[in-house]
Design a protein. Structure first.
Length: 305
């Protein structure tokens, strides 16, 4: 199982140089990738394009770009430009987000998310792969052709946890990006559905990228309580709540990877055994020592892999 870093917690600082330094340190530490969510008013793809200069050959990915607020033609332009700027190292992670955000923040309908994502991919993928699209759908239409800054399409991943979305991810994308999803949910739901869909479509084995908060710490109970409070909303959003229930977790604090070096190593081993191909670490800590211990263990595991 590959080890990468989820830098999204750094977004609270709204500091682009700090984000770039975080990505550069992940590359210096030999991590397989660095992921950034599209939230707030920092553009993740712009940050990744800037990060391309000083991150060697490390993969750079969005985790995730929401589909609703950006037309596929606009996202294709941004993604292909970032792909060119990073020398072909972009992993474009997409997701439909959640009904409360789509309906309350953006004022859009979340009535048919499966139809929405199928239409979206039917516009986006040919633009990424060929530079042209001719699709007229109920949710999205793209009749467009233009020169691309690179002929190499980025890796395309879909945030998928339910059976229908996992089927789409397996037969149309390169894998899935997970959040608040632990080993039992990966083993019993995520891996079977996405692997079966990819096999049926004659596609390569899909990537299953698990991302969770992680802390090597002596205060496990305190850290789990902190995560329960800080990430409380993730325990109520339906798609994440479903995964937490499958794993038998009351809240985000139960889902996080936490404890001593040996305990964290064992928890990561359970995720790998469940079928995850990569762990994207959202590092959390009560102080510098926790962060240092966590990164040291991640370096050790990544080197061993």
């Amino acid at each position: 199982m590959r080890i990468s870093i989820n830098g999204s917690s750094e977004l609270i600082h709204s500091d682009v140089p700090r984000l770039l330094a975080h990505a550069e340190q992940a590359a210096a530490d030999g991590m397989a990738g660095w992921w950034l969510a599209q939230t707030g008013l920092i553009d993740a793809l712009t940050v990744l394009a800037l990060a391309g200069a000083d991150t060697g050959d490390m993969e750079l990915g969005t985790a995730v770009n929401a589909t609703f607020p950006i037309h596929p033609t606009a996202l294709a332009a941004k993604a292909l430009t970032t792909q060119a700027a990073t020398g072909g190292r972009l992993a474009l992670g997409l997701g439909v987000n959640h009904a409360p955000v789509v309906e309350e923040t953006w004022g859009m309908s979340f009535d048919k998310p499966i139809r929405h994502v199928r239409d979206y991919l039917s516009c986006l993928q040919p633009l990424l792969e060929e530079g042209r699209a001719n699709h007229a759908g109920e949710d999205f239409t793209a009749r467009f052709e233009g020169p691309r800054p690179t002929e190499t399409a980025p890796t395309l991943l879909l945030a998928a946890m339910g059976p229908q979305m996992l089927k789409i991810a397996g037969n149309r994308a390169d894998g899935t990006l997970l959040w608040m999803t632990g080993p039992n949910a990966i083993r019993t739901q995520i891996a079977p559905h996405i692997n079966d869909a990819a096999e049926a479509a004659g596609r390569p084995a899909p990537r299953i990228i698990c991302s969770l908060p992680i802390a090597v710490t002596d205060d496990e109970s305190g850290m789990r309580a902190f995560i329960d409070q800080m990430l409380e909303r993730y325990g109520t959003l339906p798609s994440y709540r479903a995964m937490l229930d499958i794993d038998g977790h009351d809240g985000p604090g139960d889902a996080m990877i936490c404890g001593s070096e040996d305990a964290v190593r064992e928890q990561l081993g359970a995720i790998a055994d469940a079928g995850a191909t990569e762990f994207s670490a959202a590092e959390i800590g009560a102080g510098r020592e926790d962060f240092a211990r966590t990164r040291a263990l991640l370096r050790e595991i990544n080197t061993a892999n």
